[in-house]
Design a binder for this molecule. Structure first.
Ligand SMILES: *Cc1c(COP(=O)(O)O)cnc(C)c1O
Length: 231
């Protein structure tokens, strides 16, 4: 049995000590608790322990938990972090505070259209495949700067930064986080509104310490909070 409140406290302590060591401010790092495959009752347990930002990877699961009787009245902020198919975009617009995983212009166009219909503004990140692994989703780093203007000019959506999933190898992970941070800098240089581009979503249970050292503003932690997953 996992003790979610204890695990959350442990991670918050770790974030604080990494920040002390690197001269960063802990309030500049948002902890996102990734509850994919875990039941709503555990999300409630995390909320009761002070956790507001919740990450989900599957659209159907996000919709079910978001709309559940147990959670729907709570001031949670939902983050969509999984691969997003164009035909599922409509289900999460209005339910999530941030989509981390847009990796195609087509998906961004659909998000823009759906957000316009609902008369809302949707915030999103572009996922970058910094490791180059073919099994991973994400825009290749070399394509970001040339395609960024097409993303940035879409109405009713706001690009807020970049996201990546790093290699399991910690040395490679550090290099990949550095690539993402450099890309965000370059993106700011060509953006008409650089002040919007604040977010680096990088770091998971195994590598969030490195990600914070390399500038992460959002870390996405599942296993270290909710325990291991079956799938
Ligand atoms: C599952 C998942 C996480 C959390 O991974 P853990 O190793 O369990 O911390 C973070 N980011 C994404 C995109 C995920 O799919």
């Amino acid at each position: 049995m996992e003790n979610i409140a204890h695990n959350l406290q442990q991670i918050r302590n770790e974030i604080r000590s990494i920040c002390d060591r690197t001269g960063r401010n802990p309030s500049d790092i948002r902890l996102i608790a990734v509850s994919k495959t875990k039941p709503a009752v555990l999300v409630k347990e995390a909320f009761d322990a002070g956790q507001v930002d919740i990450g989900e990877s599957y659209v159907q699961e996000l919709v079910e938990k978001h709309d559940s009787e147990l959670l729907s009245g709570l001031p949670l902020r939902w983050h969509f972090i999984g691969h997003l198919q164009t035909n599922k975009v409509k289900d999460i617009v209005g339910r999530v505070s941030l989509i981390h995983s847009i990796d195609k212009l087509k998906t961004a166009e659909e998000l823009s259209k759906r957000a316009s219909w609902k008369n809302v503004t949707a915030d999103y990140l572009i996922e970058i495949n910094t490791s180059g692994e073919t099994t991973k989703f994400g825009l290749p780093p070399a394509e970001l700067l040339s395609s960024a203007p097409d993303f940035i000019t879409l109405p009713n959506i706001r690009l807020r930064g970049l996201m990546t999933i790093a290699s399991p190898d910690r040395n490679k992970a550090r290099q990949e986080f550095q690539v993402l941070a450099e890309l965000l800098d370059k993106l700011r240089n060509i953006s008409p509104d650089p002040a919007l581009l604040t977010e680096l979503s990088m770091g998971m249970s195994q590598d969030f310490d490195i990600a914070i050292e390399e500038g992460a503003t959002m870390i996405r932690i599942g296993t270290a909070i909710f325990g291991s997953r079956q799938r």
